[in-house]
Design a protein around this ligand. Structure first.
Ligand SMILES: [Zn+2]
Length: 121
């Protein structure tokens, strides 16, 4: 198992995780649903339970989305002469949609980093 970790690049490992695929073989799916992690890879039988990412994926997701949405708001608000309630609706909706869309991918990437760095051992 250790040799398969060393033979691929760190970027390839994280890319596999970002696509929510097994970081070791790159074929089995890591998630059974939106965020539910499978017990093990269906292809290589690697257990996913030790790759617990805890609060890191929501933290990174909100960090990225917060910086993106606030930057867009500061860039675009002079060109959007809308009432405040419309701004609130637009930017809060964008924050919610982007957060929910990115979270599973970032969780897979974090799990792959845990696999790559052997942080679970
Ligand atoms: Zn696998």
């Amino acid at each position: 198992m250790a040799s398969s970790r060393q033979s691929m690049s760190a970027l390839e490992t994280v890319w596999r995780g970002f696509r929510r695929l097994c970081p070791r073989c790159g074929e089995g799916r890591m998630f059974a649903g939106y965020l539910s992690v499978r017990e093990a890879c269906a292809v290589c039988k690697m257990a996913f339970e030790p790759l617990r990412s805890d609060d890191a994926p929501p933290y990174f997701t909100l960090f990225i989305v917060g910086h993106l949405v606030v930057s867009l708001y500061l860039l675009l608000w002079p060109y959007m002469p809308f009432p405040d309630w419309v701004h609130a609706l637009i930017w809060c909706s964008l924050t919610l949609v982007l957060s929910l869309a990115l979270l599973p991918f970032i969780k897979g990437g974090v799990m792959a980093v845990i696999f790559r760095t052997k942080a679970s051992q």
